[in-house]
Design a binder for this molecule. Structure first.
Ligand code: F6R
Length: 611
């Protein structure tokens, strides 16, 4: 979704801002803009469309000199994607410019208030309300920081703001609530961004601005104040992501690069947490007594993160013997979940910034649950606000469609399942050992599946003209079907649905006719015969069946399939990790053959920071 970059330093700012905006393109956006302050004057350039259009308009920055500036990519919420709704927005009178991520919920009331004070508006956005509110307080006090603090107190909702003021041409100001902002301290210049990917090329020393703090960046340094404008001491953190992780490194798309990174990402996530055949999650600090007393687990997330939860639900119930429910975050919040102190809510999120998941987490805490989060972005809101956080060490995931985040989130759920199962005495030592052994073999097995990408590419070349694709599976294969179907539809725009295979004949089979493609996910050996029957049912109605199964299952599904993809055998708990790889590659190659913009599918955003 929206992205913010800012720079105050010795260099020309616009080339740095454009570079940062290109890095943030993966988040999804529909317009872009920059503002600079030079010789006491603000200058703006903004446009509907892509950063490259903005780049052309400002001639790479040559037409907009200035060493203090702000940039933005906007994903429309209030008002259509137009030039006038693009950020930065400038205040009535033209003294202050603002870029904004998030949603100001009381913007209509504030707009009415400001209109009554004589302010005029040129856009449909809530951001123009923010900039005019700051201007309003600036008119009263003549002090820009006081004006920002006063405006912040009146705004409800979520916001990350970057602010320039003509009267303070050397300063870049920032503040936030519930929407992330990171400050970067460099040599001769300082940086602001909504996402570390935009500034990692320039500095690795960062500070995650806290809710309610106000930062002032200039060439000489970074100062941070609390809401009462008292200066607070900050400690910079060192980011250890390497730059190549945020670049394509020879691959045509981030998606395929990230698919290929999965064995390594899985290893990085798991290996520090398994020693001498035991899962060690002591980093969590959860007491054994708490684990023994947990009576219910809710696994909460959105999209792909939710589908991790669906797989984990089966595993928690089967191996740790804890009742578990996977529920989408936007439903959880309003469903009145029955929660007490023995309820554990697990929030799964790559970004740690998804608005619905944040809201669900807060609701869970309000109702008295303990929250454990599985998060990729270090220091993100979800990681910070939950009782316990386990990081997935996937590195930055740039492609909008999630792949390595899914794999590493799954990996963490395996470790949690084993840890809980062991502490509760719910798993036999033999089974525990065999899962841990298989976990250590998984990176090698994942790499073997990925090596066979030509087979998947060939199958995509047969099926890419299908306009309807169904995915069916049972148990953990149902969880996989949901993810396979989401991946396909979001990047190839092919209509696709996933069903628990047993449900098909209760309605959806009416849609199956000559040539319909049905992807049968059949890795779970215990229910293989059942899914084979379902494959027969659709085939006898004219469907073409593509089966994903294990090496040991292949012989049993071949006779009902037009095509078969096999993955190595492993312990049942871990099957989703192997089964998802062909589904991800299938979606990728189908989209490639249809000429889709794979890394940035239409209408989608990487980080969904609005409800
Ligand atoms: C799909 C996808 C989304 C995200 C979802 C949650 O490929 O990427 O469905 O999984 O928006 O995002 P996070 O994990 O950041 O909370």
């Amino acid at each position: 979704m929206c992205g913010i970059v800012g720079y105050a330093g010795r260099e020309e700012s616009v080339p740095i801002l454009l570079d940062g905006l290109y890095k943030l393109e993966y988040r999804g956006y529909d317009s872009a803009g920059v503002a600079v302050c030079r010789d006491g004057k603000l200058r703006l350039a903004k446009t509907k469309g892509y950063v490259r259009e903005l780049d052309r308009i400002v001639d790479g920055g040559r037409l907009m000199p200035g060493s203090v500036g702000l940039g933005h990519t906007r994903w429309a919420t209030h008002g259509r994607p137009t030039d006038s709704n693009a950020h930065p927005h400038i205040s009535h009178g033209g003294k202050i410019a603002v870029v904004h991520n998030g949603i100001i919920e009381n913007y209509a009331k504030l707009r009415e208030y400001l209109t009554g004070k004589g302010f005029e508006f040129n856009s449909e956005t809530d951001t123009e309300v923010a900039v005019n509110l700051i201007q309003h307080y600036y008119n009263k006090t003549g002090e820009i920081l006081r004006a920002v603090a006063s405006a912040a107190r009146r705004m409800e909702g979520s916001y990350a703001l970057g602010i320039l003021c003509e009267d303070c041409p050397d300063m870049l100001i920032a503040t936030r609530r519930e929407s992330p902002l990171v400050l970067g301290a460099g040599d001769g210049g300082n940086y602001l961004a909504s996402d570390v990917a935009a500034l990692i090329k320039y500095t690795r020393d960062v500070y995650n601005l806290e809710d309610g703090e106000i930062a002032v960046l200039s060439e000489s340094g970074v100062k941070v104040y609390n809401g009462d404008l008292e200066e607070t001491a900050i400690t910079l953190e060192r980011v250890d992501w390497n730059i190549s992780a945020a670049e394509k490194g020879g691959y045509e798309h981030f998606m395929i690069k990230e698919i290929m990174e999965q064995p390594e990402a899985f290893r990085k996530t798991v290996s520090p947490r398994v020693a001498e055949g035991r899962v060690t999650l002591d980093e969590l600090g959860v007491s054994d007594e708490y684990i023994r007393n947990v009576s219910k687990i809710y696994i909460v997330g959105c999209g792909t993160a939710h589908y991790v939860g669906v797989a984990a639900k089966y595993n928690f119930e089967k191996y740790a013997k804890i009742p578990a429910e996977a529920i989408v975050a936007s439903e959880f919040r309003y469903s009145g979940p029955i929660i007490d102190e023995r309820t554990l809510v697990i929030c799964v999120s790559q970004s740690g910034a998804t608005a619905d998941t944040i809201a669900a987490m807060r609701e869970a805490k309000r109702r008295g649950a303990r929250v454990l989060s599985i998060v990729n972005v270090v220091g993100s809101v979800i990681a910070r606000e939950s009782d316990w956080a386990l990081y997935t060490w996937a590195g930055p995931e740039i492609c909008v469609a999630s792949t390595k985040a899914y794999s590493t989130q799954l990996a963490v759920t395996y470790l949690l399942t084993l840890y809980f199962a062991d502490k509760r005495g719910a798993i036999s030592p033999e089974e525990y050992e065999s899962v841990v052994r298989e976990i250590s073999l998984l990176p090698g097995k994942l790499a073997r599946v990925l090596k066979d990408k030509e087979t998947v590419q060939y199958l995509a070349s047969i099926y890419f003209n299908n306009e309807d694709v169904f995915f069916i599976g049972r148990n953990i294969d149902y969880a996989l079907s949901l993810e396979g179907s989401l991946k396909l539809k979001e990047i190839s725009y092919i209509h696709s649905d996933a069903y628990a295979a047993g449900e098909l004949k209760h309605g959806a089979i009416a849609l199956v006719s000559d040539g319909t493609l049905v992807v049968t996910v059949a890795t779970y050996g215990a229910l293989l015969e059942k899914i084979v029957s379902n494959a027969e049912e659709v085939r006898s109605r004219g469907a073409r069946v593509l089966s994903v199964t294990t090496q040991s299952g292949a012989g049993r599904v071949e006779h009902v399939s037009d095509s078969v993809i096999t993955v190595p055998d492993t312990h049942d708990m871990l099957l989703p990790s192997l089964g998802v790889l062909p589904l991800q590659m299938f979606a990728y190659y189908m989209a490639l053959m249809r000429g889709c913009p794979i890394d940035k599918p239409r209408n989608l955003a990487k980080s969904v920071t609005v409800e």
